[in-house]
Design a protein around this ligand. Structure first.
Ligand SMILES: [Zn+2]
Length: 485
């Protein structure tokens, strides 16, 4: 049934779209389920039907451009990459023959046109290299119909002329994948341009990676700046090329605005994201997915275990990239960290009684220095009720130790311990704080020795109880008051 229902909308979708655009979807790489990943989708424009393999090759090159950045490669497994081959009637892009801005605005120059799936054209806003689709929202809506979990939308235009643009959908010509990495810094992470070319009237706003403040004490990325780095930081001294500082020139202002590094992907397509931008990327990734991928069993229920035996608790933690183990686990029992226990499966032993066991999962990467919202940390907490091995379970090797006097030991939510000097029938009754009888377990035949008696059902709730045990042979009784926690 499930398979049929899943198939039905897919068939409808292809039917509805086949008149507009035929499509073929493929996976470039997928490390986690879509709900547990950031899903990057490449969409074709200006590729005709026989060009499927060209698009697949171009999409792989675009994926590799993301992976070439040092921050994004350190978090490579957070990303899934998909291609959607939407077929165009004609190859290329509109205004592909235009080579400068003046020509864009010149009505006497005939611009070539290409009838493509998404209408990509150069010369948008009369800027020659501004290459963009007709409607970004049409692309987004279409992609969401195919991959509802899409996070990053990228159109690859089948042209070798340099051009691209950003916004809700990033666009680049097929030989310029570096453009969309920068554009995704805007659209997905909210980073600002670190360009210092003056653009009078540009509405520059303080962002993660730019500011109009040049005071060390108050610059918002100052926890990345070494004491030995002067602020503002000289741009003409190569000693400061690779450190974080406060460099003048950012946000389309040559003066009065500052950036964290001499060069960064938000300034130049040949640079990597700087530490400030890289930290923002990682925080954004953890804003969507947890460092804790899964846990077992479901912490909603009570986990039952037996003293002296292993407790079956485990988590699966995120692996940011191949050979990257920055996500670590700490195990805490009743508020105390267990030293030396760090595996994904709990390896400690618990004494009889109720325990709170917590798995604390944390990405310890040095690429994030400030995580104000605790995004890099998550945890699972279980209530574990550990009982002593019961008389029935105890084999010959665990024969109860002999005791001299009838007695009631520890009373917990799970059961009670009894000292039974002579085998035979015993009755166990329970009374509440007001003296009313709240339970009668009836007569049980106990063997001699230390016993553990498990309460039936879900056990006791917290509170004051009185336990009375009566021996059938001589009507000897023993009582104990206890506080069940
Ligand atoms: Zn930067």
């Amino acid at each position: 049934m499930k398979g049929i229902r899943a198939l039905f909308p897919a068939l409808l979708l292809v039917g509805a779209l086949s008149s507009a655009v035929a499509q073929q979807t493929f996976v470039l790489s997928e490390h986690y389920p879509r709900s547990q990943a950031v899903n990057v989708v490449f969409v074709a424009d200006g590729y005709t039907e026989p060009m499927f393999e060209n698009f697949r090759t171009d999409a792989a090159a675009f994926r590799d451009a993301f992976l070439a950045d040092s921050t994004l490669s350190a978090y490579a497994n957070f990303f899934n990459y998909y291609g959607i081959f939407t077929v165009s009637a004609e190859a290329g892009a509109t205004a592909e023959n235009i080579t400068n801005d003046a020509q864009c605005a010149d009505p006497s120059i005939v611009k070539t046109t290409s009838n493509t799936a998404w209408g990509s054209s150069y010369c948008r806003s009369n800027i020659q290299r501004l290459l963009y689709v007709n409607s970004a929202s049409a692309v987004q809506n279409y992609v969401r119909g195919v991959i509802p979990e899409a996070d990053v939308f990228i159109v690859i235009v089948n042209s070798t002329r340099y051009g691209g643009g950003g916004g809700a959908v990033a666009v680049a010509n097929r030989t310029s994948p570096q453009i969309v990495v920068h554009e995704t810094g805007h659209s997905f992470v909210g980073l600002a341009d670190e360009y210092d070319t003056d653009y009078p009237g540009y509405n520059t706003v303080i962002s993660v990676n730019i500011t109009s403040n040049s005071t060390r004490e108050t610059v918002h990325w100052n926890y990345w700046i070494e004491e030995s780095t002067p602020v503002p930081t000289p741009k003409d001294n190569s000693a400061y090329r690779n450190v974080i500082g406060v460099f003048e020139g950012a946000g389309y202002h040559s003066t009065g605005w500052y950036r964290p590094k001499f060069n960064c992907r938000m300034r130049s397509n040949s640079a990597h994201f700087c530490s400030v931008c890289g930290e923002a990327w990682i925080l954004k990734l953890y804003g969507k997915v947890s460092p804790l991928v899964s846990f077992s069993p479901d912490p909603a229920g009570v986990v039952e275990a037996t003293e002296g035996e292993s407790v079956p608790l485990s988590v699966a933690v995120r692996v940011p990239a191949e050979n990257s183990r920055t996500v670590r686990v700490q195990w805490e029992v009743d508020g105390s960290i267990l030293p030396g226990v760090s595996g994904e499966t709990f390896s400690g032993f618990l004494s009889a009684g109720d325990h709170a066991v917590r798995a604390i999962v944390q990405d310890t990467t040095p690429l994030v220095r400030r995580d104000a919202n605790g995004l890099l940390r998550d945890e699972a907490v279980w209530t574990v009720v550990v009982g002593q091995g019961s008389a029935i379970d105890a084999g010959p090797a665990a024969r109860p130790a002999p005791v001299a006097e009838l007695g009631v030991g520890e009373v917990t939510r799970r059961g009670l311990r009894l000292a039974v000097p002579r085998s035979g029938l015993h009755r166990v009754e329970l009374f509440g704080a007001d003296g009313k009888r709240i339970g009668d377990l009836g007569w049980h035949d106990f063997s001699a020795g230390e016993q553990f008696l498990q309460w039936p059902g879900n056990g006791l709730s917290a509170g004051n109880v009185l336990v009375r045990v009566t021996r059938a042979a001589d009507r000897a009784t023993v009582e104990k008051r206890a506080v069940v926690e």
